[in-house]
Design a protein around this ligand. Structure first.
Ligand code: SF4
Length: 62
């Protein structure tokens, strides 16, 4: 499932990068998905990172 980060909501806390550095990275002060890892949304750690994002900026969709 596809992961996306809404930059309008993200404030760059870095939580997602800390939790799952194999999938998330920091770009221009925002959280971002590492290119090529956009389809890692089935990973339980990614799901947890999305649930715990303090601004609910991470979406996991089809
Ligand atoms: S956890 Fe949420 S607010 Fe923090 S960097 Fe990641 S996407 Fe942005």
């Amino acid at each position: 499932m596809k992961i996306s980060v809404n930059r309008d909501l993200c404030y760059g806390s870095g939580d997602c990068v800390y939790r799952v550095p194999s999938v998330f990275t920091a770009a221009d002060g925002f959280g971002a998905v590492i290119p090529g890892r956009e389809n890692a949304g089935d990973d339980p750690e990614v799901r947890e990172a999305a649930e715990r994002c303090p601004s609910q900026a991470i979406t996991i969709g089809e």
